[in-house]
Ligand binder design. Structure first.
Ligand SMILES: O=C(O)CCC(=O)C(=O)O
Length: 297
């Protein structure tokens, strides 16, 4: 973690937890300061320019690049950012990693796009293969905003507050069939530097950017280490840049943690808290919680 991380680590407050359980998401105002916003936005702009030059952007110049830290190693400081990461371990506990992440740049839309119903819960097949109502939370996600989406129409994140406990919403027979927006849907209006922390079950969608501003964000989804990662960081972890990553950052990037004589699978399963960096980090600061199973010492 960065220097500031150690100074300000605080678990989720009771009020935040109640709001998160009720609405399925929280907005963290000013999660990044203006210098951080400028730094990450510049880095994202540079990557976007490279991707564009290499012909790897979508229609209209949009970029949705998976494995955020592999694409932008300086974004490693976002995965355990002191303003957002405590929300993650307060909910999921210490046996976590980033299982999926993306870097997003969406320039203004100049040519109308064909209709597509993009409302979804995260987790893909989890939403078919788990049988409970509601299905379990399993993962949470943090979106860091690097452009101003404080007005609707700027490619905002759109959600149905409180919908995380509903296994389904009304939708079209095929995604290309125009369909009314879900009742209660709202565009989340936030400034550059704000973050949105959400339950993967929250029904949500990206919206089209009809403004004059390019919409930019970085997203990290966290799950327990016993859930398979969609991100692939093996090459990243072998680069010189990775030498500077902290043990907690390495855990979050799914670096192998098993020591001599330990089975990698068992370690990933969570059998070895003593050699799981986040466990040690929280224990040494008195942040484990005997009353909350995922955080029990
Ligand atoms: O880009 C957005 O606003 C939404 C992204 C999204 O759908 C997701 O993170 O699952």
């Amino acid at each position: 973690m960065t220097k500031s991380a150690t100074a300000t680590l605080r678990p989720m407050t009771g009020e935040q937890r109640a709001r998160f359980e009720r609405d399925g998401y929280l907005v963290i105002r000013g999660a990044l300061d203006e210098h951080e916003v400028a730094r990450y936005a510049d880095a994202l702009d540079r990557l976007h320019a490279e991707e564009r030059a290499a012909g790897r952007v979508g229609p209209g110049g949009s970029m949705h690049r998976l494995c955020a830290v592999a694409g932008l190693p300086q974004a490693v400081h976002l995965i355990d950012h002191p303003r957002t990461f405590p929300l993650v371990w307060s909910v999921l506990g210490w046996n976590v990693h980033v299982y999926h992440s993306h870097l997003d740049v969406h320039p203004p839309i100049r040519v109308p796009k064909p209709y597509r119903f993009e409302w979804h819960q995260d987790g893909g097949r989890q939403n078919r293969e788990l049988e409970t109502e509601p299905r379990p939370r399993l993962s949470v996600k943090v979106a860091f905003w690097l452009s101003d989406v404080s007005e609707p129409g700027r490619g905002n994140f759109k959600v149905v507050p409180g919908s995380h406990l509903a296994n389904r919403i009304d939708g079209p027979p095929r995604r290309d069939v125009p369909w009314p927006e879900p009742v209660g849907a709202v565009e989340v209006t936030v400034a550059a530097g704000d973050a949105v922390f959400f339950d993967r079950r929250l029904w949500h969608t990206r919206t089209d950017n009809h403004s004059e501003l390019t919409r930019k964000g970085i997203f990290f989804a966290y799950a327990h280490r016993w859930q398979h990662s969609r991100d692939e960081n093996t090459e990243l972890l072998a680069t010189p840049a990775a030498a500077g990553f902290t043990p907690v950052q390495r855990q979050l990037l799914a670096a192998p943690l098993a020591g001599p004589g330990q089975s990698p699978g068992d370690h990933q399963w969570g059998h070895h808290p003593d050699t799981t960096p986040l466990h040690g980090y929280l224990a040494s600061r008195g942040l484990l919680d005997p009353h909350y199973p995922p955080l029990q010492p």
